[in-house]
Design a protein around this ligand. Structure first.
Ligand code: ZN
Length: 263
């Protein structure tokens, strides 16, 4: 099931996305929230009549760095051979599909990073490997937008990766993808103004989703709606004002955002 969060006439709701043709998608409005048992209401609205919102409002976004060897190398970093390493993007960095990425005033080198995002479905900590699948609601597309110049010059990445609008998520949460399919490899693609910049497969991840969730929940509790970013494949590159950046993940969909000048 594809679960979208949207607003219509000033109300916010979740809906199950139905249909195959992009122009003819329909939302079946969900009674309640997708983090508990829920029912479909049977009340349907065309997707074209609503505004899609970030599919979840995370309490925190935990992002893992250098999880694809080719990307680590392109930035001149060693490929981590031991434990994964994590950093945070704050809840205020999250925007939805179609929202604008505002170019931050303190950077002149903004980069896209297309990533598979894991959406957590239930409160959890110290999750054993075999239980990881039980704490995942589903998957969505993410762009770990990064002020690369700031990242190089500041020791902590709070500003470089945590500024407002630096975490586009969407367009919806796909709940039918399996850990096995992701381990086998689904494609992650990033285009800027239609030209391909990044193309990778999740099978290239150094640390699996199980590894990442075991690693982070050793340290902290994850809450329903929290998001884990799983790293970016090679090909990161600049974003400029006016660019349209699109992250497409096989079996999920496409997340598109435009870069604008911060007003
Ligand atoms: Zn990243």
């Amino acid at each position: 099931m594809r679960i979208a969060r949207f607003s219509i006439d000033g109300n916010v709701a979740f809906g199950a996305v139905e249909g195959d043709k992009p122009d003819e998608l329909v939302l079946d409005i969900i009674k309640g929230i997708p983090f508990a048992d829920f029912e479909l209401s049977g009340t349907k609205v065309p997707l074209s009549k609503v505004r899609l919102l970030p599919p979840v409002l995370p309490n925190k976004v935990v992002a893992f760095g250098r999880n694809y060897a080719e990307h680590a190398k392109e930035l001149g970093n060693e490929v981590p051979d031991a434990a994964p390493f994590a950093f945070f993007k704050p809840s205020t960095s999250v925007i939805g599909p179609g929202d604008e990425i505002q170019y931050p005033s303190f950077s002149s080198e903004l980069h896209h990073e297309a990533e598979l995002a894991v959406v957590i479905g239930r409160m959890c900590r110290e999750v054993p490997r075999e239980r990881v699948k039980d704490v995942i609601l589903g998957y969505t597309c993410a762009n770990d937008v990064t002020a690369r110049d700031v990242q190089k010059r500041e020791k902590q990445w709070a500003r470089a990766k945590g500024f407002d609008n630096s975490c586009p998520l969407g367009p919806w949460v796909e709940t039918d993808l399996t850990l096995a399919a992701i381990a086998e490899g689904i494609t992650i693609q990033c285009t800027v103004n239609g030209a391909q910049r990044q193309l990778g497969r999740t099978s290239e991840m150094i640390h699996s989703i199980e590894d990442l969730i075991v690693n982070i929940t050793e340290a902290m509790t994850l809450l329903p709606g929290d998001v884990i970013l799983t790293g970016t494949p090679a090909g990161v590159g600049p974003l400029n004002v006016g660019d349209e950046v699109a992250v497409t993940i096989e079996g999920i969909g496409t997340l598109t955002n435009k870069v604008i000048k911060r007003g």
